[in-house]
Design a protein around this ligand. Structure first.
Ligand code: DX5
Ligand code: ZN
Length: 223
């Protein structure tokens, strides 16, 4: 089942609850980008914002940590209400421990790969995660152009998943549009994060429905 997951990075931060309300009826997950100005060259939100979001919506909160110290901050985001927490392979020297910690703190763990990091680096943690997030832009900013090599990584992960009898979801993040949604879904991806494409559309809910429709048609082709 394909999920379109709007990223609030492209929403109006002064009116977050209103922005979310516009898409809430047509989605089940919301993507929250956390940046620390160290791992990526940008700063965004911390646990207080997740806590406020938790009160404003029942949607599952998919918190993408682009930070150097995930071990210190992940528990705070989970306490604030994060349902899914993903950490970067590149930022976690003790990735196995970090992923186990996220699950033991009560959230669903995910691992993220920058565009330059090969999927082979995840061989020893795939059984620990509920999802793998493939970055299709270099993390730090919304509205960047999709890097097509991400499709090869999705295909490779889909094969690794089947060969090992695992059930993690494959998520993509960065530059998702109506033009590349079909290729992404056909490559084997189920969760599509979309920022600018959704929140800068005249009718964000209609844009989500459009992406879902494209995804449904692509799934049919894939089978
Ligand atoms: C980038 C973030 C993305 C971003 C995607 O570092 O991780 O989640 O919001 O934005 P779009 O869909 O606009 O490329
Ligand atoms: Zn993200």
């Amino acid at each position: 089942m394909v999920e379109i997951i709007p990223s609030i990075l492209a929403a109006d931060f002064a009116r977050l609850a209103g922005e979310i309300a516009r898409v809430e009826p047509v989605i089940s997950m919301l993507h929250v980008d956390v940046m620390d100005g160290h791992f990526v060259p940008n700063l965004t939100v911390g646990p207080p914002v997740v806590k406020s979001l938790r009160k404003a919506t029942k949607l599952a909160l998919d918190v993408h940590l682009m930070i150097t110290d995930a071990d210190r901050f992940a528990p705070l985001f989970i306490e604030a209400g994060a349902d899914l927490v993903s950490v970067h392979q590149e930022a976690c020297p003790h990735l196995d421990r970090t992923l186990r910690m996220i699950r033991s703190e009560g959230a669903r763990p995910g691992v993220v790969l920058n565009p330059s990091t090969p999927v082979s680096t995840l061989e020893n943690v795939l059984d620990l995660v509920d999802f793998v997030l493939v970055m299709s832009v270099n993390p730090g900013f919304g509205g960047q152009q999709f890097i097509p090599r991400a499709l090869d990584k999705i295909r490779a992960l889909d094969i690794m998943r089947r060969e090992n009898g695992l059930e993690f979801a494959i998520e993509i993040d960065g530059g998702v549009t109506a033009d590349n949604t079909a290729a992404i879904v056909r490559a084997g991806c189920e969760w599509l994060v979309a920022g600018v494409t959704v929140f800068r559309a005249p009718d964000p809910a209609a844009r989500v429905e459009q992406l879902k429709q494209i995804a449904r048609e692509s799934c049919a082709i894939r089978v």
